[in-house]
Design a protein around this ligand. Structure first.
Ligand code: ARG
Ligand code: ZN
Length: 423
């Protein structure tokens, strides 16, 4: 061997050895750059493996030859997964080296824990805490808050909607906002709580929230998927769907509530496999959580002019359609509106949000609540994907809650004030 070749060989070999030392004591999140069909096939294979959970995109079927995949890998699978990626020469980096540490940060700050820092709305809360908070808040602010029971979850937990109104007579305009349709997106319920707290505190002090509450009722469902949310606190932090158990057939649990609405239900972009994270369910509104929301909106469709669904992560302001590439009739208006919100978020908070129709901006996703609400006649219908863009993903540390919520608050205000002006 010539010296140079030898040196190169040595370097490569060494490098190779080093790369293969990817054993880990911790669960990790990898960011994987997929560019060839072989990469796609390998990744789709790999993600059906037990020790991994897809963070981005939502389902293996969304992986294409041009995607950045975020993959949660259990410690016991880290070696296997990284070896496979290297074999297929698929480039990757480690996004999160120690997920347990982040989970600990997210759960430590809970009510009775003396170590908890920060104020209530700058922390994540367990389901029990949130139920307690809903009850307490409605009692303390009985002049502005009413609690409405709109149904119950598969495991029979109540679905409480908070109705916020200004101190004034009846109006016939309303907006709806739900949070936590997907269990693991913890920043979403945190935002619903943040929003209610902000509204109650700054009504008659901040002009925008005052105008909102004086001109519309605001219906808020803080946790649309309580069973799933509970499950992420007790058993599996990465769970997305609800917890419905099928009577016959599969052992797999759960339906993706954001694929269970009647908008080109279960076409391309959803799965009819109960084990898939985007499983559409047995029929539209088969799930009690989706049915309760749909029923409530159907019976309030003459007053509800604005629908907003809060998700994470990826920082996007989305509007219909997600179930097809069709352009919505008021596409240009919705595009301008989300563009304005995105521009203001960038100006005030120096953070970047994409905006556009769901199907073109992320992927085809039929059966979503926003498209369904839009087709019901709610012409201002949005899905907001909050922070971040993948640095922490679903494990966003509590210290990021204030900025994430202020960004979303700005977008909600801009859309609500536009709706008040134009309806
Ligand atoms: N990440 C969301 C999901 O997969 C996107 C929601 C966009 N809207 C929709 N109708 N699919 O559910
Ligand atoms: Zn989501």
């Amino acid at each position: 061997m010539k010296p140079l070749t030898k040196l190169l060989y040595f370097m490569c070999f060494n490098n190779f050895l080093e790369m293969c030392m990817c054993t880990s004591e911790h669960d990790q999140v990898l960011s994987i750059t997929v560019s060839t069909q072989d990469h796609v096939d390998t990744m789709q294979n790999l993600t059906s493996h037990n020790g991994t959970v897809l963070w981005q995109p939502a389902s293996p079927s969304y992986i294409t030859t041009n995607s950045e995949v975020h993959l949660y890998v259990q410690s016991t699978s880290v070696e296997l997964v990284t070896q496979l990626l290297q074999q297929h020469r698929i480039p990757f980096t480690v996004l999160v080296e120690n997920t347990e540490e982040l989970v600990e940060m997210q759960t430590r700050n809970n009510s009775s824990d003396p170590r908890s820092g920060g104020v209530y709305h700058e922390r994540y809360h367990s389901l029990e805490d949130i139920y307690f908070w809903i009850n307490q808040t409605s009692q303390e602010h009985s002049d502005m808050v009413k609690v409405i029971l709109i149904g119950s979850s598969f495991e029979k937990r109540p679905l409480h909607v908070m109705k916020l109104s200004g101190r004034r007579g009846a109006v016939n305009r309303a907006m709806w906002m739900d949070c936590g349709i997907h269990a693991r997106e913890w920043i979403a319920p945190a935002f619903c709580l943040w929003f209610v707290n902000y509204a109650l505190r700054f009504y008659s002090h901040n002009s925008e929230i005052t105008e909102m509450l004086n001109n519309m009722d605001i219906y808020i469902l803080p946790v649309m998927n309580p069973d799933g949310y509970k499950y992420t606190w007790t058993t599996d932090r990465m769970w997305r769907k609800n917890r419905s158990v099928l009577k016959e057939g599969s052992e797999c649990v759960g339906v993706d509530l954001n694929r269970n609405f009647d908008a080109r239900w279960c076409t391309k972009g959803a799965s009819n496999d109960p084990c898939d994270p985007t499983y559409c369910g047995q029929y539209p509104e088969s799930e009690p959580e989706a049915q309760a929301v749909a029923k409530f909106l159907r019976s309030h469709k003459d007053t509800v002019k604005l629908y907003i669904s809060i998700h994470s992560y990826s920082q996007m302001l989305l509007f219909p359609y997600s179930c097809s590439y069709d352009e919505a009739p008021n596409h240009n208006e919705l595009l301008e509106l989300t563009k304005e919100a995105s521009t203001k978020i960038r100006r005030y908070y120096r953070n970047h949000y994409k905006y556009g129709p769901g199907a073109k901006t992320i992927y085809l996703a039929p059966g979503g609540s926003d498209d369904w609400a839009y087709n019901l006649g709610i012409k201002y219908s949005f899905t907001f994907e909050l922070q971040d863009r993948g640095r922490y993903g679903f494990l966003l540390p509590p210290s990021f809650i204030p900025q994430a919520c202020n960004e979303a608050l700005l977008a909600v205000k801009i859309t609500a004030l536009h709706v008040i002006k134009n309806t």
